[in-house]
Design a protein around this ligand. Structure first.
Ligand code: ZN
Length: 92
């Protein structure tokens, strides 16, 4: 049986090359991305700070989900959704 790490690299967001890399100072597991050759910690108190959430918010908006729907599905506040969407329009 193969154990798959459900951890995405916070820099390149892929999951296949992420390996465990011991434990951080605060006792949280650390991970190492063999693609980026960087280590990172995967402990986030709020969903909105997780890698990929921003992309999901934008995705949902593109697909016609309202701000309230996105917030409910992703378990983050409406304000966070609005702020993320505003920020994501910067490069357009
Ligand atoms: Zn990476």
């Amino acid at each position: 049986m193969t154990v798959t790490l459900e951890v995405a690299c916070r820099y390149c967001l892929q999951t296949e090359l992420v390996r465990k890399h011991g434990t951080g100072r605060a006792g949280f597991p650390r991970y190492y991305c063999q693609h980026c050759k960087r280590t990172f910690q995967y402990h986030y108190r709020y969903n909105a700070h997780k890698p990929g959430i921003k992309e999901k918010i934008v995705d949902m908006a593109m697909n016609g989900s309202g701000v309230r729907d996105s917030g409910r599905v992703l378990k983050i506040s409406m304000n966070t959704v609005i702020r993320t969407l505003k920020n994501s329009h910067q490069d357009k």
